[in-house]
Design a protein around this ligand. Structure first.
Ligand SMILES: Nc1nc2c(ncn2[C@@H]2O[C@H](COP(=O)(O)OP(=O)(O)OP(=O)(O)O)[C@@H](O)[C@H]2O)c(=O)[nH]1
Ligand SMILES: [Mg+2]
Length: 556
């Protein structure tokens, strides 16, 4: 497996010169870099070690204004080559680069004390002692790019370090963060980057993020040599026909479609090197995005980003505000907006089932676990805990127990998950309500009240204060409701109806006054009855009068 080694170190300490001495390639390719004698952008070179180990070298600029570029170069690397000018010793960017490497979780590497040809033995020893203190455990090798002294020893140290370094396991889906985009005649747009995970070959379909644009890979090169498939850790260039050069830029990601979330939020375990201000630049992959830091407890933060990033659990971020103020380890690459310490704690420890109670969309959890989450229930894209479902069922049953026996149903939940979850409750849906299976309406304690009411009813509408009871008795054919909570007896309704139909059949129509006189009731009662007949579809208003809709055939 190829490994990527990244340089680090203060400006002018000899990084680029050392890379050239090791690889034969001058990575300062911009005219401006050559004129000014400093590195501005990232440089790349393959390095083959005597034992056959293949390394990819990323050379970074040391200037303090280009730390942002250094982070972009350092995110994909496995090993560092920290370069310290033996005469100058550690300087500000030596320390800042080292801090960044640590924040990115890049623990292994080699220290080169360069320009050893310019210092005496004593100065060299001082520099060595300082380096050993700064980077405990790393081999420290004095070299001169000018005379070639120490280069073999440096190769040996790189070889040993590379041998003991495992490639970071980053999953199987393809992920490449773009660090350069250019166009080549006859080929079109080419994007380069270090392949973080997965593999890449001709014909692959990838998704360019942000923007979720699908792109097809025409060809792949590794360090300028065409390959069938590029492997993780390799420095690759992919030709992307049909993509304009302006459509991609450093910081974008090429990923297996659907494999990674694109998110404006990242939940991280914070590592503070200094006071972390509320606004920072978040470096992730090769991107640098402005963000607001929402602290959650002492340990965690939610980074609210100005632009979305494509991240995975376990990724590292570097936080800068003028200088490097800290970093973070991603525990949720697409978290919900509201972060709580409780959730952070559970997510950090991978207790994914424990953060699930009420239903959440499955896609919001997909990036927290490899494969299925144990101990949860799913329905139609929702994930929830069995305990929650039991609580919901118990709660609905409790509410049903408290309903009027005349209508022992409750309205179903109205949350977005309702359609998926209500069918699991074992309740019966009738119309707009949920009932216990087989439940029927009953008078319960109101048997006597119902009988009493019925006895009092006649043609004169009576106000009924218990609408549920009125509805129930009407369904049973024991009364008829006429507007505004009034009711008459069923028998009186039939009588009034017969009188109305008879009149209409003989006279063709009926007026309110005539109907009132026929029944011998007051105007108000006649009015309520006629409205009920209208509502029943028996009659229709024509001016001040009524006619039958369909002669005598409609019944109540
Ligand atoms: N005498 C001597 N000079 C060296 C050696 N290595 C580098 N230099 C000189 O130091 C200067 C800076 O070297 P670079 O390799 O450009 O330094 P750098 O670390 O890449 O600088 P930035 O990329 O701008 O951070 C150049 O003039 C080199 O010729 C060395 O081993 N011996
Ligand atoms: Mg340089």
């Amino acid at each position: 497996m190829p490994l990527t080694v990244g340089t680090a170190g203060h400006i002018d300490h000899g990084k680029t010169t050392l890379v050239e001495a090791l690889t034969g390639r001058n990575t300062d390719r911009l005219p401006q870099e050559r004129e000014r004698g400093i590195s501005i952008d990232l440089g790349y070179a393959p390095l083959e070690l005597p034992d056959g180990t293949q390394l990819s070298v990323v050379d970074v600029p040391g200037h303090e204004r280009f730390v942002r570029t250094m982070v972009a170069g350092a995110t994909g690397i496995e090993l560092f080559l920290l370069v310290i000018d033996a005469a100058e010793g550690a300087r500000p960017q030596t320390l800042e680069h080292l801090a960044i490497l640590r924040l990115l979780g890049i623990e292994r590497g080699v220290v080169a004390l360069t320009k050893s040809d310019l210092v005496d033995e004593e100065t060299l020893e001082l520099a060595r002692a300082e380096a050993e203190e700064l980077v405990p455990g790393a081999p420290v090798v004095a070299v001169s790019a000018r005379t070639g002294a120490g280069l073999d020893e440096l190769r040996g140290a790189l070889m040993q370090t590379a041998q003991s370094q495992e490639r970071a396991a980053r999953g199987t889906a393809t992920r490449l963060y773009v660090d350069r985009v250019f166009s080549l005649r006859g080929i079109g747009t080419v994007a380069t980057g270090t392949l973080w995970s997965g593999s890449l070959g001709e014909g692959d379909e990838l998704q360019a993020e942000p923007g979720a644009r699908l792109v097809r890979v025409r060809s792949v090169q590794v360090h300028e040599h065409a390959v069938d498939r590029a492997e993780p850790g390799q420095r690759v260039a992919v030709a992307l026909p049909g993509v304009e050069r302006s459509e991609l830029r450093r910081g974008d990601a090429l990923v297996t479609p659907g494999a990674y979330p694109s998110s404006y939020r990242l939940d991280v375990v914070l590592e503070a090197l200094a006071e972390i201000p509320p606004r920072v630049l978040v470096h992730h992959g090769t991107a640098a995005v402005l963000a607001r830091v929402v602290r959650v407890g002492e340990r965690w933060a939610q980074l609210r980003l100005a632009e979305p990033v494509v991240a995975a659990r376990g990724d590292r971020v570097v936080l800068r505000a003028g200088t490097t103020v800290g970093g973070g380890r991603v525990i949720d690459p697409a978290p919900p907006r509201h972060a709580s310490a409780g959730r952070m704690e559970l997510v950090e420890h991978g207790a994914i089932a424990a953060i699930v109670h009420e239903p959440v969309r499955a896609e919001t959890l997909r990036h927290l676990a490899d494969g299925a989450i144990e101990g949860v229930q799913t329905a139609d894209g929702w994930i929830f805990s069995p305990a929650w479902l039991a609580e919901l069922r118990a709660e609905l049953e409790r509410r049903i127990a408290g309903t009027d026996p005349l209508d022992p149903g409750v309205p179903p939940p109205s949350e977005p998950w309702a359609t998926a979850i209500v069918p699991l409750l074992g309740l019966e849906r009738r119309g707009a309500k949920l009932y216990l299976p087989g439940a029927t309406a009953a008078l319960g304690a109101r048997v006597d009240a119902a009988a009493e009411l019925e006895a009092q009813l006649g043609l004169d509408p009576r106000k009924i204060d218990d609408p549920a009871l009125a509805r129930f008795l009407e369904e049973q054919g024991r009364l008829v409701r006429v507007g505004d909570g009034y009711a008459i007896s069923a028998e009186a309704y039939d009588r009034a109806r017969e009188a109305l139909v008879a009149e209409c059949e003989s006279a063709g129509r009926i007026a309110l006054a005539r109907f009132r006189d026929l029944l011998g009731v007051g105007r108000k009662t006649a009015q309520l009855l006629l409205e009920r007949f209208d509502a029943d579809g028996l009659t229709r208003r024509v001016g001040d009068e009524r006619v039958l809709r369909r002669r005598g055939t409609l019944s109540r």
